[in-house]
Design a protein around this ligand. Structure first.
Ligand code: FES
Length: 364
């Protein structure tokens, strides 16, 4: 880290610029200057597919604060959507593993309800700036050309779930993956039809090259079979013994998990809102900043605040991004993901995954 970066990231400067922090001031001068936060400039937006839910690949140039990513990781992207506050969502990085400060790509499907995905696919233009977290997640490749083994690697993906596997395969090929040493990759992907196929040209090139990577595309509209253990066993007879990464729609993930029957070789990645386990729906919830009091319904504090007409900040709504963090001043909350309860006073909690147990007060 250079002297300027060290000074900018110092605690003394942070204290002097409190409560906004040095990054708020740097951002005013140049949105690509940052001491601690990570931001990125949109370099290009390329359509991958069209149709009702189009997919685009967005290339981002991050600030020098970006620490790089491992293939298979995701990043939280925050955008200032017109008419809404900053909204954050998680997207898997589709490009090969990156070094600090290096460009990377996100390949995003525009969902009808997805403010951030629609903004990225339909409105983002070169020069626009987005907010980022550092890369996160453990759905990564342990294999690397630096530590070669003869392990067969298997990727099973569906729809836009192809992105982490694509990042891993791109990393292997970029870093000199050597199929001739007996190493093998099988890449099995399911899409609705050829017109929905993301990375179609590149996958065809990978399939045609002599690189030890077998690409198998299954297109529903062409009458190809949906995932089944029998079909997989034809392709990879010992699949339960093969290191496998699966990512895609819930139906595909469930069928694959069933086929693997608890095999520790299977790694899964899903971004799914947690099922809220209702808390003890007694007592009242006080939203102290807005002076509101409501009867506790047992739902998450975020949902109860929204039902009361409040608009707290949120991002993922699944406990990942911390954008919904608020101070609980009184009462007990249950973490709906883990079931753990906490009664500490003056505690920062993620309101999207916290449900009150009895009376509770939160600073919203
Ligand atoms: S909205 Fe992301 S952690 Fe709550």
């Amino acid at each position: 880290m250079g002297l300027t970066s060290t000074l900018l990231a110092s605690r003394t400067l942070a204290a002097l610029t409190s409560p906004h922090g040095v990054d708020r001031y740097l951002e005013l001068v140049n949105p690509m200057w940052a001491a601690r936060e990570v931001r990125a400039r949109v370099v290009s937006v390329e359509r991958e597919t069209s149709g009702e839910h189009p997919v685009a690949t967005v290339t981002l140039q991050p600030t020098s604060t970006w620490r790089g990513h491992r293939a298979g990781q995701y990043v939280q992207v925050g955008v200032e959507v017109p008419g809404a506050r900053r909204t954050t969502r998680c997207f898997t990085i589709s490009s090969a593993a990156s070094q600090p400060g290096e460009r990377f790509t996100l390949t995003v499907r525009a969902h009808s309800e997805g403010l951030v995905s629609k903004w990225l696919v339909e409105q983002a233009r070169p020069g626009f700036v987005v907010h980022l977290s550092q890369a996160q997640g453990d759905f990564t490749l342990n294999e690397s050309p630096a530590t070669p083994t003869n392990n067969h690697l298997l990727f099973i993906t569906g729809g836009s779930g192809i992105t982490p596997a694509m990042s891993m395969v791109r990393t292997l090929l970029r870093d000199g993956y050597d199929g001739h040493a007996g190493r093998k990759v099988t890449f099995l992907h399911y899409a609705r039809g050829p017109e929905d196929q993301i990375f179609a040209t590149e996958l065809a090139e990978i399939a045609a090259a002599d690189n030890g990577v077998r690409v198998v595309l299954r297109h529903e509209s062409a009458g190809d079979p949906l995932f089944s253990a029998i079909d997989l066993a034809r392709l990879v007879p010992d699949f339960r013994e093969v290191d496998t990464w699966v990512c895609g729609p819930a139906g595909l993930m469930e069928r694959v998990e069933l086929a693997y029957d608890g095999s520790p070789r299977l790694r899964t990645e899903r971004f799914k809102a947690p099922v809220v386990k209702a808390g003890n729906a007694e007592g009242d919830v006080v939203f102290s900043r807005s002076g509101q009091q409501v009867a506790n319904t047992g739902a998450s504090l975020l949902e109860q605040a929204e039902a009361a007409g409040l608009t707290p900040e949120f991002g993922c709504r699944m406990g990942i991004c911390f954008s919904c963090t608020a101070r609980k001043t009184e009462g007990t909350v249950r973490n709906v993901l883990t079931g753990e309860e906490s009664s500490l006073p003056d505690e920062d909690i993620r309101v999207c995954v916290s449900a009150p147990v009895g009376d509770c007060a939160v600073d919203l």
